[in-house]
Design a protein around this ligand. Structure first.
Ligand code: ADE
Length: 225
């Protein structure tokens, strides 16, 4: 999988992309993540990528030219499955969407900024608009990081135990069961007895009952779906 992220704040994403599981996934050759500075694509001599909106509204709007130039340069090199724009008025990101996107070969994520981007880019170049939740961030970089992280960890081989991605909260519309590690007794705080029993079938049954109980209590909306 290859992910190209287009942003006016590349430094915000470079640390994230070069750290931990994403860094390891790239070293193993399982994913490639490229961060592009939108300012490298403007024809403006002051490297500006935004301008005042028509109609006299407040705020600045990202211009068509640098975005079109960057996306066109990438599309000239390879075909993309999706060209994503991160925006609070997009489709809500969730686990099924991450699952679908994780099967893609090439993806572009354009990070929104300022008041927004010239709507013609959304009409003509963007294939999918994604929001990570009903709140407004200062820019789309954190949203792009969230989407990239959720996709990459599902690529086979990226996390050690593939079983563990499948048993995540939300994969079956259930929250995960609690997990514990040594010591079995910490300051009198005890691990549930059943987990020490070595009885696999009973442990599985316990995990499912915990998942159901936690989902009913914390996210009853998931059970209705
Ligand atoms: N940009 C600003 N807020 C956002 C959000 N909630 N989701 C995606 N992109 C955004």
């Amino acid at each position: 999988m290859r992910i190209d992220i287009i942003t006016v704040l590349p430094e915000m994403l470079e640390g994230f992309v070069g750290t931990s599981i994403l860094a390891r996934a790239q070293k193993k050759g399982l994913v490639e993540i490229h961060v592009h500075n939108l300012r490298d694509y403007t024809t403006d001599k002051h490297r500006r990528v935004d301008d005042y909106p028509f109609g006299g509204f407040a705020g600045m709007v990202m211009q068509c030219q640098p975005i079109d130039a960057c996306i066109s340069a990438l599309k000239a090199e390879r075909d993309y499955d999706e060209i994503i724009f991160t925006t609070p008025d997009g489709e809500q990101f969730d686990q099924p969407m991450a699952n679908t996107l994780s099967m893609a070969k090439n993806i572009i994520i354009l990070c929104g900024h300022y008041k927004g981007i010239d709507y013609r880019i959304r009409e003509h170049l963007i294939t999918k608009e994604i929001s990570i939740g009903d709140y407004v961030l200062t820019g789309g970089e954190l949203a792009a990081a969230v989407i990239a992280d959720a996709m990459v960890r599902l690529v086979p081989g990226v996390i050690g135990d593939e079983q563990s991605a499948l048993s995540d909260s939300f994969q079956d519309n259930l929250l995960a069961a609690p997990v514990y590690t040594r010591p079995a007794d910490y300051k009198g705080w005890k691990v549930p007895e059943i987990l020490l029993s070595g009885h696999d079938a009973k442990i599985k049954e316990w995990e499912l009952s915990q998942s159901l109980e936690r989902t009913r209590r914390l996210r009853p909306d998931l059970l209705k779906e």
